[in-house]
Design a protein around this ligand. Structure first.
Ligand code: NDP
Ligand code: 2IT
Length: 446
């Protein structure tokens, strides 16, 4: 494989897809040495078959808003690769959603799911529908219209969606309900379901908690204790809030959160009472962080800003969205002595920011390793559904901790470089690749 050539071909065939190019480029440079040592891969043009999704569904979603007006959004499902298990990955509802973003997410998901040690292929779906400001009934009608188009392509052994940005338990419930109505089958065809109908305990917490467990594994390699460490977190959604909750439980100090309008800074660290208030504001009232200083004036709100340059921290856990931490943010973090970055979001750091972290030899965990606890627990939900059993929260948490330790070990195994530094990007990409590539080789040209 000539990496530059493969990338140039993909860019020519799929122009205007910068996020997809960015994700592919990172993986190709990580695996090129290994790939070129095994000519059998190139003999069957494995790399192109791994980079280009198996298939993509795109469709119009028409629905009626509360005023009786007909609205049209675009819906997509990218089924990227099912070499090691059924297609698996979340659904994102956000105004920014386009094919480039979903193709990058489905590509990343393939490697992430491989790392979990469970049998799941990679997929992602979504819509440019924005749930913001929509009533509950509008959300329900949209979810039903979305699934009315997509249900034929889904199934417990075919393709199993879950949540992502803008899709939580409420949306999964509506989508699963409509799927069930169309198929007349009660199967584990979605994960992140409510507990009453097959959801797994700990799935809501899993991505954030999993990222904290991954971070603990990284810190342990340096003998560093999380207690008393200042942790900057971005986002104030599912991943960010459960990350903050676990960091506080572990004795860390949470110094920031953010949403798409701005950042909240807690110079002395969030208190339990302040966190509980924010959790309720975001999860139950669907409120904005800008409202927080009204209740707690000691918490500062910065409109239109991200946390990275606003507060001193030892550890950064970006948990909002892609490319939310650029090279100038990386400079700011490094200048103030940040020792670790562990990504809750998918590809939150730009490529130049990642290079800065690695060149500075700090602990840096890419999302596909650090946030894999969410989809891993989805895999555990699928296993429980297949057995028609449900495990206790303690059992699921124990399995989650073991999986995150295993992912960390895989990264160390394949990511250790000359000066003994662990390049977790390289480790995650190679470990994720080997399993999928072996399966593809064994299954012939498909
Ligand atoms: P949520 O919708 O629950 O929360 C997203 C948070 O990020 C919100 O606070 C939102 O702010 C903010 N945000 C969204 N888009 C932007 C943007 N363009 N700029 C700034 N802030 C933004 O989503 P999740 O917490 O589930 O997902 C967060 C990240 O984690 C995503 O990258 C997702 O792919 C990834 N992830 C999620 C997993 C899961 O299980 N849910 C698993 C693994 C990764 P606002 O409220 O203003 O929209
Ligand atoms: O990015 C992700 O890993 C997710 N949004 C979770 C996917 C899943 O199927 O649980």
């Amino acid at each position: 494989m000539k990496t530059e050539q493969v990338l140039a071909d993909l860019k020519r065939r799929f122009p205007y897809e910068p996020e997809y190019h960015q994700a592919v480029e990172e993986v190709l440079y990580s695996i090129e040495d290994l790939y070129n040592q095994r000519p059998e891969y190139d003999n069957v043009n494995l790399i192109e078959r791994l980079c280009i999704p198996d298939r993509i569904f795109s469709f119009r979603v028409s629905w009626v808003d509360d005023k009786g007006k007909v609205r049209n959004n675009m819906g997509y499902r990218v089924q990227h690769n099912n070499a090691i298990g059924p297609y698996k990955g979340g659904i994102r509802f956000h105004s920014s959603v386009n094919l480039s973003i979903l193709k990058f997410l489905a590509f990343e998901q393939t490697f992430k799911n491989s790392l979990t040690t469970l049998a799941m292929g990679g997929a992602k779906g979504g819509s440019d529908f924005s749930p913001k400001g929509k009533s509950n009934m509008e959300i329900m009608r949209f979810c039903q219209a979305f699934v009315a188009e997509l249900w034929r392509q889904l199934g417990a052994d075919t393709d199993v969606p879950a949540g992502d940005i803008g899709v939580g338990a409420r949306e999964v419930g509506y989508m699963y309900g409509y799927y069930k109505k169309m198929t007349r089958q009660f199967t584990g065809s979605f994960t992140g379901k409510g507990l009453a109908f097959g959801g797994s305990l700990m799935r809501p917490e899993a991505t954030g908690y999993g990222n904290c467990y991954f971070l603990l594994n990284m810190l342990a390699t340096k003998g560093v204790d999380i207690k008393g460490k200042r942790v900057a977190i971005s986002g104030a959604g599912n991943v960010a809030l459960y990350t903050a909750q676990k960091i506080m439980e572990l004795g860390g100090i949470v110094v920031s959160l953010s949403d798409s309008d701005g950042a909240i800074i807690a110079p002395e660290g969030l208190s339990q009472e302040q966190f509980d208030y924010i959790f309720e504001l975001k999860c139950y009232w669907r409120g904005r962080l800008s409202q927080v200083p009204d209740k707690y004036p000691s918490l500062q709100y910065f409109h239109g800003q991200r946390p990275w340059k606003l507060v001193k921290c030892d550890i950064a856990m970006p948990s909002a969205t892609q490319n939310e931490l650029d090279d100038s943010d990386a400079d700011a973090l490094l200048a103030q002595g940040c020792i670790a970055v562990s990504e809750g979001a998918n590809m939150p750091s730009t490529a130049p920011a990642v290079h800065k972290f690695i060149n500075s030899r700090i602990l840096y965990a890419p999302g596909k390793a650090a946030n894999a606890g969410g989809v891993a627990t989805s895999g555990l939900e699928m296993a429980q559904n297949s057995q028609k059993l449900s495990w206790t929260a303690e059992e699921v948490d124990r399995k989650l901790q073991a999986i995150m330790a295993d992912i960390h070990a895989q990264c160390v195994k394949y990511g250790r470089i000359d000066d003994n530094y662990v390049n977790y990007v390289r480790g995650a990409n190679i470990a994720g690749f080997i399993k999928v590539a072996d399966a593809m080789m064994a299954q012939g040209v498909l």
